[in-house]
Design a protein around this ligand. Structure first.
Ligand code: NAP
Length: 223
């Protein structure tokens, strides 16, 4: 049977690479993408013959469109990029810094915008949002709004680009103490990767945002 091909944008980072490893083990063909070629070469060597890489800055819309449309047809795309920004609450974060944080929204938006030119008919796009989108909390104004926007983008795009499937995994507390959470399990990138695999491999799953956060921001936790 032909392997399904998955492009992971941000495939050289923590969650993206963990996803690549889980998918390779499950017989997918992987294309990892990021801005730093040296990291991608190393990762592609680690992943073996069913992997390749593409260097791109996904925040450059023209570059993103050109690279996506030059690739052979893809079955699934995962957006796992991170964007560093000096952002916290709305009172103190400047427009410039908030816009920097929202680069992640626009990368996700553009991947969805171009998806129908890139994906095979069974295709899907999986985004990463974040647990701060769940409950408004002091100090998280920008990130909470970003993650809430990504969650709404999933719902709307799943209608607008159907039959392509659109979902998100919403992580929380990855690699940090469990005192913020309901579970005793310390979250790790494999938790996210396994959920992305579950979403990609299940043709009935679309328009969902799945929390993988140990119940962070539930109950009495106040940040
Ligand atoms: N840890 C948590 O609990 C948590 C909670 C909520 C949300 N999240 C979100 O989860 C996402 C993934 O986190 P992570 O820790 O896996 O991130 P990470 O380790 O920092 O990896 C980010 C990846 O994105 C790539 N990248 C960054 N900017 C890019 C661009 N403009 N174009 C193309 N590739 C780009 C990086 O490679 P290059 O630098 O080489 O381009 C790298 O491969 C992040 O957005 C993070 O905010 C995490």
């Amino acid at each position: 049977m032909k392997r399904e091909r998955v492009l992971i944008i941000g495939g050289s980072g923590g969650m993206g690479l963990a996803t690549a490893k889980v998918l390779i083990k499950n017989d997918y063909e992987i294309i990892v993408s990021g801005r730093t070629e040296a990291k991608l070469i190393d990762i592609s060597n680690q992943l073996g013959p069913n992997s390749s890489y593409v260097v791109m800055d996904a925040s450059n819309t023209v570059e993103l469109r050109n690279k996506l449309t030059e690739l052979p047809k893809i079955d699934h795309m995962v957006v796992a990029v991170s964007v560093r920004a000096n952002a916290s609450d709305i009172k103190t974060t400047s427009e410039e810094n908030a816009k920097q944080a929202f680069q992640r929204f626009w990368i996700s938006y553009n991947v969805l915008h171009f998806a129908s030119q890139v994906l095979n008919r069974n295709g899907s796009v999986t985004l990463i949002s974040g647990s701060s989108g769940k409950t408004p909390l002091k100090g998280y104004g920008v990130w909470g709004t970003l993650h809430g926007s990504l969650n709404t983008l999933v719902k709307q795009a799943s209608i607008d680009i159907a039959p392509f499937r659109v979902n998100a995994v919403s992580p929380g507390g990855i690699g940090i103490n469990t005192d913020r959470q309901l579970t005793e399990h310390r979250g790790n990138v494999e938790d996210i990767a396994n959920m992305i695999f579950a979403i990609i491999s299940n043709p009935a799953v679309t328009s969902t945002v799945i929390d993988v956060d140990g119940g962070e921001r539930m109950g009495t936790w106040n940040g």
